[in-house]
Design a protein around this ligand. Sequence first.
Ligand SMILES: Cc1ncc(COP(=O)(O)O)c(C=O)c1O
Length: 396
Amino acid sequence: MTFEEIKQKEHLYYAKTFSRFDRCFVSGKGCELTDLEGRTYLDFFGGIAVNALGYADPELTGAIANQAAKLIHISNLFYSLPQTELCERLVKGSDFARVFFCNSGAEANEAAIKLCRKYFFDRGENRFRFLTADNSFHGRTLATATATGQPKYSRAFRPLPEGFTYLPYNDLTAMEEALQAPDVCAVLLETVQGEGGVLPADPAYLQKAAALCKKHGVFLILDEVQTGMGRCGTLFSYQQFGITPDVVTLAKGLAGGVPIGAMLCSKALEDTFGPGDHGSTFGGNPLACAAANVVVRRLTETDLLAHVQKAGAHLKARLKGLMDRHACLKAVRGLGLLVGAELDPSCPGREIVAAGLEHGLVLNCAGHNTLRFAPPLIVTEAQIDRMADILDQLLP
Ligand SMILES: Cc1ncc(COP(=O)(O)O)c(C=O)c1O
């Protein structure tokens, strides 16, 4: 099929949920993608911060092929070696006691929401409310779209689940006041609002929020769907904020592109879910876990995290350098290899992204007209330099 034929058929048959860019990628190697017409691109998007090890990583593709040849799926009614290995790796590399696997970030957050509510239900306490942040993003299911502090994601889907209150991000006074309500069960936050425009939390805010949660006996859930799994230069980004949440959610990079989500909880919550309380047919199946074991191994047993820190610093420095030459670049911010460059409203990010494709560069624009850079974690400094040189030509 030619690109035009694919496009026509997509317009005929696919749900009208995405406004796609005019490219169809067919393969990749490292940080480079190839489209249907054979043109190559430097990838600073990573399939929305997913493709942690880049494309065609031999260890990852080998593990997937190997597992696929043995057993793709068996359900969670049986024990599984790849899943057990992954649980152990995640628990031993973190501050958590238990792991639950699902298939996406939204599902991981759903699991966290259900877990925290059930904890208080079991104790006969009427605590069900979640405090979340304005401008946050937690997913597209009804509960997670409601948890998301951006009404555009939920307003058409009423009635929405009750028990969600939105607070200004980084506003401790608002948090302190809201925690006085007797029905709060948890605070749900991102360490860096990725979809919201790569906006990092103030460390003092997260530290105080964690202390307030403890004081009021409510749980702190960190949504690390985008920021976790090395994206920010540490296995979990909360490790850079001097806090330990009660629950953390993961997805995106965890299996390097194979769909998986995970919800990790502390010892205090480990007995909350019993058999039948929650579940998933596919969640953490042998194929996804075999892939995730490779990603977690690379993050914990090689120098990949140190590389992310170094490459992330280089990326930020190059983007900050461009600020002197392009007045439309308003701010550069982020952690590790999750970096945002905010553009002036006169310079629409979507146009820069489209122009990038013409110049062999895959970019993305997130909230607040911010270019979001989330390349594979293996990106080299030479590739960052190439990207910055292209961007230098694209920006007015
Ligand atoms: C912080 C955060 N939480 C949740 C989600 C939802 O993840 P998924 O699309 O896998 O359901 C996303 C997706 O962008 C995210 O960035």
